[in-house]
Structure formats: C-alpha cells, structure tokens
Design a protein around this ligand. Structure first.
Ligand SMILES: Nc1nc2c(ncn2[C@@H]2O[C@H](COP(=O)(O)OP(=O)(O)OP(=O)(O)O)[C@@H](O)[C@H]2O)c(=O)[nH]1
Length: 400
C-alpha cells in the first residue's frame, strides 16, 4: 500500500479515515456545514415534537397525563433549543462530539417516556420511532458510531418501555424488535455508504489540491529559473551592465526607432586606458573590481534611458537615443571626468584611472548599428593613438 493510499484509507465499519490527522482535517473542513445543519434540524425537530402536543390533547384531553406529557415535551423542546444555541457556538464535531450526541439522547429519552403516558397510541409511536431512527442516521449530522449508539439506545429503550408499560404480547414485542433492528441496519449501512463516499470525495479533492500546489510550486521554480537564465543571458556577470548580445538587440531596436522617428542617436566605445598595466600591477581580482567601478561611473554619468553594455574585456559600449553629437560629446566629457575623479579605497587609493571614448552618430535611414560601432571604434583607436584619456567624435574631428 502506497503512502498516499494509507493516508486516504477508510475504515470499513466506521466509515472514517484510518489516519486520525486526515479524519481531523475532514471534520474541520465540514465544521461550518455541520453546525448549520445541526442547528436547523434541532429547530425543526423541536417544532415537530411540540406539535405532537396537539394529538396528545385530542387523545387525552386536559387530564393529568396530558399535563405530564406537555411538561415532558416542553423539557425536550427547551433542551433542544438550548443545544441548538450551544451547537451554533461550540459545535462542529472535530472536538465536541458529545455536544451533538446530547440532543439525540434527550430526544430518544423523551420518546421512550411517552409510552407510559400514551400507551393507546402505540402504532403512531412505533412509526415515530422508525422515522426518528432514520432521522438520527440521515438527517441530523452525526458520526456513524454516534448515530448508531443513540439509535440503538432509542430502539432498546423503546422496546423495554413498551414491554413494561403497554400491554403487548411477546410475539408483538419480537416483531417490534425486528422492525427496529431492520431500521437500524438500513440506517447504519446507508450512512456508512454516505460517510464512505463523502470521505472519498474529500480525499480526491485534497489530492487534487496537493497536486495543484505542487504544480504552482513547480511553475514558481521554473519562473525563477527562467529569470535567472534570462539574467545570465542578458547581463554581464561581472559588471551587471548588458551583455554584448543583449546590448546589440536593445540598441538595434533603439536605432530603428530613431530612424523611424527621425531623432538623433549616438554611440560610445569606451576603453579603460593601460588596463593591462593595472592588471599586472594590482592583480586580476582588483582589475575586475575596477571594471565594476567604471561600469558604475558610466551608469551614474549617463541618463537612465542610455543603454550600457560590456563589449568585451575592458571595453564598454553605450547607445544614446535622442542624443545629438554635441550632447553626446558633453556626456562623454562628463563621463571621462568622473572616471578621472574616481578615488578608490585602501591600496588602490593612489591609482588614477582614465578612459578613452570614441563617439559616432547615426547617419540617416540607411545607417546600421555595425557601421556605427565600427566608426566609434575607429575614433577610440584614434584617441588611443593620440595619447589616451580623451573623447574623439567621428566626422566632426572634435577631440579633447
Ligand atoms: N581583470 C580583468 N582584466 C581583463 C578582463 N578582460 C580583459 N582584461 C585584460 O585587459 C587588458 C587589456 O589590455 P590591452 O588590450 O593591451 O589594453 P590596455 O592595457 O588597456 O592598453 P590601452 O587600451 O591601449 O590603453 C588585458 O590584459 C586583458 O587580459 C577582465 O574581465 N578582468
């Protein structure tokens, strides 16, 4: 038997889950319904029990027996009403099963006590007892064991009461016992089937919910994995700026839009000066750290709408939408100055950094990103050749 089958196994005789935790879960789940139905049934039963007072009057008139019966009915009705209130507050048979058993016992006792007071209307009372047994099993929400015990209590008590107070033959008593026994058998197996089906349905629903939760967890896990993969694909692992591929994709789109809207578009190629020397002097780990700092300065010096990417090694690339050559030059100068002003902590405090920036602007509709990059790259190498730490603008011959 698998663990799941063991968890949902149902006892063949009680109709309850064998696993007590599972049974508690089930009872908790039906708590509200049990309370509501118990209260409703108790109110209805009280009404019907009280209404039989009319037949008592017809049969007995205003006699001592009638007043005794009326008192008995009042006691039962008041007890049932009080219990309906109590069940509403504290009911739901996950904990207080006895609270649900109590009205059944009171009703059963009330019915038994009617026999000595109205021995002539035995046929009506037998019918009432059979109906009550059916009610105990099918109408009043109760666990099977409780319905069976209270029904047997009613059956045995009624037969005893009949034997003691009504003058019936032994054969009739046996017939009555068989009838009530039959009623109990039908009630018991009927309720057993209902309990079984309800718990099966609950188990199926619970299993489905568990599977849905597993599915949701899996979807969440996959989404997070997807986000991580996207992050790895789109971002440069060291500096956090766009990876080369992602930069190309985003910049292509920006350039296309600029060409459609006829707005200016510029591009920077940025290279850290003498980075090999930095690596050789301070080591690769510090070299990596410096690259992250340069990426930070780029982000701080430019607009949020500018797209920064790492082109490879110590080379960065920036796409500047809605930016004409003169604004691009001003931005590049600001960025160059900020790099120069960068002061690092501890052993690197003496280190002065600089970058060379090549700028190219988009020329009309036929221009493409690759040729803009090539032009910016050419300007970058021109700047390197001319002594580094400078900004070189393509076509304009502007340098600083
Ligand atoms: N620490 C570190 N170094 C890198 C990384 N990628 C490339 N480099 C190094 O960057 C250095 C680039 O050196 P070069 O291309 O000769 O250029 P440079 O020394 O910066 O000289 P100029 O560009 O002419 O000013 C090489 O030593 C590469 O190994 C990286 O991710 N981390």
């Amino acid at each position: 038997m698998s663990q799941q089958q063991r968890q949902y196994a149902i006892h063949w005789l009680t109709g309850q889950f064998l696993n007590s935790n599972q049974e508690s879960l089930y009872r908790d789940a039906i708590k509200t319904r049990v309370r509501f139905e118990s209260r409703l049934v108790l109110l209805l039963v009280s009404l019907v029990f009280a209404m039989f007072g009319i037949t008592d009057y017809n049969l007995l008139g205003l006699t001592r027996e009638y007043y005794l019966l009326l008192t008995l009915r009042l006691i039962v009705v008041i007890s049932c009403l009080a219990l309906a209130f109590a069940v509403g507050r504290w009911g739901g048979y996950s904990r207080n099963v006895w609270l649900h058993a109590l009205p059944l016992c009171i009703l059963a006792t009330g019915i038994m006590l009617i026999v000595p007071l109205r021995p002539d209307s035995l046929l009506t009372q037998i019918t009432a007892v059979v109906v009550t047994i059916m009610g105990f099993y099918f109408l009043i929400p109760a666990p099977l064991a409780m319905a069976a015990i209270t029904s047997l209590y009613l059956s045995i008590g009624f037969v005893t009461s009949v034997e003691l107070f009504a003058e019936v033959s032994l054969a009739d008593t046996v017939r009555l016992s068989l009838l009530l026994f039959m009623a109990n058998i039908v009630g018991y197996f009927g309720l057993l089937r209902i309990e079984f089906l309800q718990r099966k349905q609950f188990a199926l629903l619970q299993h489905e919910r568990e599977q849905n939760n597993d599915l949701l967890e899996e979807i969440k896990r996959r989404k997070s994995l997807e986000a991580q993969l996207r992050m790895v694909a789109e971002k440069d692992g060291l500096t956090g700026v766009d990876s080369r591929n992602h930069f190309m994709k985003r910049s292509e789109a920006l350039l296309e839009r600029a060409q459609v809207e006829n707005t200016p578009f510029c591009l920077f190629m940025i290279d850290v000066d003498h980075f090999k020397r930095i690596n050789d002097t301070w080591g690769h780990t510090r070299g990596d750290f410096i690259l992250t700092k340069i990426a930070e300065v780029c982000a701080q010096s430019l607009r949020p709408t500018d797209v920064i990417g790492r082109f490879g090694g110590e080379e960065f690339v920036v796409a500047l939408p809605h930016t004409g050559p003169s604004d691009a030059q001003a931005a590049a100068e600001r960025l160059k100055k900020n790099v120069e002003a960068l002061v690092l902590a501890d052993e690197l405090s003496e280190l002065r950094l600089s970058v060379t920036i090549g700028i190219a602007a988009a020329h009309g509709e036929d221009d493409n990103l690759d040729s803009i990059i090539t032009r910016a790259d050419n300007m970058l190498y021109e700047g390197k050749r001319d002594g580094r730490n400078r900004v070189v603008m393509c076509g304009e011959g502007m340098t600083s």
